[in-house]
Design a protein around this ligand. Structure first.
Ligand code: NAP
Length: 286
């Protein structure tokens, strides 16, 4: 049986790793805070002391950590996964990062003779638990084909998008639209409330028309109840808006709507709402 490595047992990583274990794979896990490995080890996963050790012991290693800095640390750090890679092995980074970060990891993997795939995921905690993520992969096509059984466990669909960087860009474009829509919804609810309308009536009317969508249906009523249980933390949404805006800058695209939405996420972040769901951006409109 192929041995699979998994680095990063946060909100997304834990349910994803559990699903791989349930799928019958032998799994080696690592998390910076080792306490978070316990639920996996209890279910039969093997513990590693560093990302390097994970990669040494496994044919394919997956990682999903916070941001570009964390992705570089677990891949290229002093005890990083790439130090444990040998020719033919595969490294798949599922974290949401920018294209430049992904290409740095790809180059280091190539030096080790290993194969690299970036594969950020769309969908939050519940889709991760249910194996309903959308995988946005780019890089080594052979590794992609080999990883399809894993992607089948983690997600409801997977897309192969070409050269490394394309997966990162697809993910950032998706989240940029989602972040802008979330702020637009918060603003609309605030306008309705300020004008003396019942904001839940606005949700009902929106849902009957052409802009009806699952995001508004999921987040709108909870925003009005003042409940923001974390599915996708606001701090990560703001990180993705920042990375999308930087990519826009590099490409010479003026991202006007996203720039304005990002200001609202920054405001919510500085108010201390980073650990709450991204929908907590509604608070800054009150
Ligand atoms: P999270 O719950 O905050 O977990 C972050 C993980 O990264 C933890 O395992 C953490 O380790 C690790 N980490 C952070 N900095 C590190 C470092 N310097 N060295 C080693 N490990 C480090 O994040 P998440 O929600 O699972 O998100 C993970 C990634 O998936 C992010 O890129 C996010 O944008 C993306 N994503 C998230 C969602 C979502 O809904 N949550 C959806 C799609 C994509 P410790 O436990 O030791 O802190």
């Amino acid at each position: 049986m192929q041995k699979i490595g998994f680095i990063g047992l946060g909100t997304m990583g834990t349910p994803m790793a559990l699903n791989i274990l349930r799928g019958g794979f032998e799994l080696v896990v690592y998390n910076r805070n080792a306490l978070k490995c316990a639920p996996l080890v209890d279910k039969g996963a093997l513990l590693a002391a560093s990302p390097m050790e994970v990669a040494e012991r496994c044919e394919i290693t997956l990682a999903i950590v916070s941001d570009p800095e964390a992705a570089l640390e677990v891949a290229l750090g002093p005890a990083g996964a790439l130090k444990g890679l040998s020719p033919g092995k595969g490294y798949i980074d599922l974290s949401t990062v920018d294209a430049v970060t992904s290409r740095r990891i790809e180059a280091a993997a190539a030096e080790a003779g290993a194969r690299f795939l970036e594969a950020p995921v769309s969908g939050s905690k519940k889709p991760a638990e249910e194996g309903n993520l959308i995988i946005l992969a780019a890089g080594d096509k052979g590794l992609y084909d080999e990883a399809l059984p894993l992607f089948g466990i983690l997600g409801k669909s997977s897309h192969y998008l070409g050269a490394v960087g394309q997966g990162a860009m697809m993910k950032l474009a998706v989240n940029m639209v989602m972040g802008s829509m979330t702020v637009a919804l918060a603003e609309g609810l605030s306008l309705a409330k300020g004008a003396g309308l019942d904001p839940s009536a606005l949700l009902a009317v929106l849902d009957e028309g052409v802009v009806s969508n699952p995001l508004f249906r999921l987040k709108g009523p909870a925003m009005l109840r003042g409940e923001f249980p974390t599915a996708f933390p606001l701090k990560h949404m703001q990180k993705d808006m920042r990375l999308a805006l930087e990519a826009g800058d590099a490409a010479g695209s003026a991202l006007t709507v996203a720039t304005a939405a990002n200001e609202k996420f920054l405001e919510a972040l500085s108010d201390g709402n980073g650990e709450e769901d991204m929908s907590a951006v509604y608070k800054v409109f009150k």
